[in-house]
Design a protein around this ligand. Sequence first.
Ligand SMILES: Cc1cc2nc3c(=O)[nH]c(=O)nc-3n(C[C@H](O)[C@H](O)[C@H](O)COP(=O)(O)OP(=O)(O)OC[C@H]3O[C@@H](n4cnc5c(N)ncnc54)[C@H](O)[C@@H]3O)c2cc1C
Length: 464
Amino acid sequence: MDLPKQKRIAIIGAGFSGMMTAIHLVKNNIKAEIYLFDSNPQIGRGVAYAPYSKKQLLNVVAGKMSAFPEHPNHFVDWVLKQPSHKALDRNMIVNAFLPRDLYGQYLEKVWEAANQEAVYSGIKIQIVQEKVIQLDYNNDTSSILTASGLDMLFDACVIATGNQLPGNPNIDDASFYNSKYYFQNPWDLKAVKGISGNAVLILGNGLTMVDTVIGLQEQGFSGKIISLSPNGFNILPHRHNGMVYEQLSKELTGLDNLKDLVTLVYSHVRLVRTFGLTAEPIIDALRPHVQRFWQQFSIEEKKIFMKKYRHLWGVARHRIPMHIHDKIQRLQIEGRLQILAGKIQNLKEKENSVEVFYTNKEDLLSSFKVSRVINCTGPESDFDKLHQHFLKGAKEKGILVQDELKLGIQTNVADYRIRNEKGKPQAGLYTLGANLRGELWESTAVNEIRQQSKDLALIISNSL
Ligand SMILES: Cc1cc2nc3c(=O)[nH]c(=O)nc-3n(C[C@H](O)[C@H](O)[C@H](O)COP(=O)(O)OP(=O)(O)OC[C@H]3O[C@@H](n4cnc5c(N)ncnc54)[C@H](O)[C@@H]3O)c2cc1C
């Protein structure tokens, strides 16, 4: 098979990252055909912006959710033109946590406009509504095979696969994971619908746990919800919305190691506490510097971070709107939601229910019964554990390598080129978004990937 004369670009995954990369290629007036591969028909929405409930909200204020870094008000301007929102005050919208579905509608409009631009410029965009099952790479050319057997060659290929489903936690008898009472995909409506028993176990207690609790309530589930996670931290609200803490940023200059960073951050946390404030404004001030620190840390420091601070960072960074937090608190007070700290040991199907065995922080084994288990433990990033996935195959073939912590794909972040097993960045093979977590740690939110997709599109445009 030979490459056609017209250059071809493949984008695997048409969530926000893939869609925005395609849009910027169009804006750059690329002289190439763009192929977007995704079995999900809703371009741009991915899991995040195709919620099963209109009540599920963005966890970032609208003012920070523009799809275009060069037009920071783009989303807010669009919202204010919608009949449902145009009577509202701009400042209120800028600081509001709007429905994720509304954001999905915005992305649809952004995509529509880009398609018109592509037609006008004579750029072909081909949507291939299929799953990619195999990736090969030879002589700077990528070969893609889809589930239906479509086999094509590309001059450039972007892996924009985002987050994977949560991995199954290790338990004594993994055959449970075939049970009809187990739901590995928490973003699927099926996970929260049609529950007959009176208790549900949610594995994990982050933002997805909150979405799932809201989903269960909306579906009329009135039984008890138990969330189990290693630390059982309480999820935090956005308490100081809009507050900017500038002092920390000034003192970060020149810092380059984890120990000094932790000492500095804790000293600021103690300081703001004397004013009755909590740590969130400090975490927000640190956030723009995280990628730089992560790139400077040694592998030992990264391991220490993962062991000692990862969960704390997760709690401080992943916060929820105040009124959702109130709802979660009310459910806890009423005893309808219980947040447990402990480690899952086994899950056993028993007489139309599931028996849950876990050890608490004192290592004591206990058990309770539920009628369903929903996995909200966060995306699996170890490709060896993925089931029949092209990323696993590409890794086995040496086309890509994972970082030592198996957080993502080893990539030359300066130009997004994926490194091969010899560490060499490969021509025409790129990734962005969640696959850069090993390189950057924070690489999944819109404010990060909108810039990455723009930069990557420019790199591809220049290289073709
Ligand atoms: C529930 C949820 C809520 C979020 N809320 C926010 C928020 O409010 N603000 C914010 O900034 N960020 C939020 N995020 C972060 C979010 O991940 C990003 O904003 C963004 O959606 C990521 O886009 P992506 O394209 O990188 O990944 P995804 O949206 O995951 O898209 C990846 C796409 O790749 C496709 N794909 C995967 N494998 C294959 C294959 N083999 N073949 C073909 N296609 C494939 C998938 O079908 C999917 O459509 C949220 C994330 C989640 C999960």
